[in-house]
Design a protein around this ligand. Sequence first.
Ligand code: GTQ
Length: 345
Amino acid sequence: MNASPATNADREAFYARIDPQNMAPLWTRLKSLVPAAPTPIGVPHQWRYADVRPFVLESAQHISAAEAERRVLILENPALRGSSQITSSLYAGIQLIMPGEVAPAHRHTQSALRLVLEGSGAYTAVDGEKTIMQPGDFVITPSWTWHHHGHEATGPMVWLDGLDIPMLAHFNSTFREDHHQAEANITRPTGDSMARYGSGLLPLNHKSDSLNSPVFNYPYARTREALARLAHAGAPDVHQGYVMRYVNPVDGGWAMPTMATTIRLLPAGFETHTYRSSESAIFVCLEGETTINVGEQKLSLQPEDVAVVPGWMPYTLNAKSESVLFCFSDRVAQEKLGFFREARQ
Ligand code: GTQ
């Protein structure tokens, strides 16, 4: 029985009369505004490094790092073309720097992470300290810190950039500033942060007002060693494999305040149980060959391939050979705001 007093025509007329007041009825939209569960935004997709690498390298023929400021090819989710988004909340791109180049110093409220894909010897300078990067290294550029990149070694250097650009755009809280010098002053020796904060030690009475880990380069060699030992001494998580998160040694929290970063090892032949969470995740294969089964898709990742899995889509991981996957997501922001969810089958 329809107990509502009004006919549809009455209602439409009412909506038309409130429209000039810039008002609209909630009840026609409630179920989509406040749905029972997330509708995935964007689609699962993979970028094969073998396919994108020639274009990344070719970009150096078209523009210098100095002119481009950042010579990056953006990875756009196929369902979100034109938005510069890989997920609803995250941006990803592949950055190239050639020997002798400098990508000039600037700062912005967006946080950035780097995951080195190819080459070695280039540096990024963050807040007055340089770090030399090697393949697999995870490097942090905290919000509003001066940073520039340079390359004094040989060969092209390529890394994946992950930024929280769409997240900050959502809050319309984006600020940027260019440094008056291409290279911001270096005030601390290379390796200083690692020695002070990344050795299982902290300077006594250390106080930090940063939301980020003071360790701003997590070298792959050390990460890989930890993973190998973890895999040696226990059973993998059935949903995730041998997975570890990069931590801020000062408070034990995630390394960055908006983007959660993890690294995992999957033994050869390992297949995870089905997992999903409200985080949108970007995976980078560092070693081996692993398939992400998500929806109708099988994303088969080889080293340096990048894949995106939108939030709340169930997926499994299937390792053909022993594999290492880096992952970054918006999980930490969701956790801090109190609405991160996961489901295990
Ligand atoms: O290296 O500072 O991919 O500011 C996008 C924006 C990289 C960077 C990007 C940036 C950077």
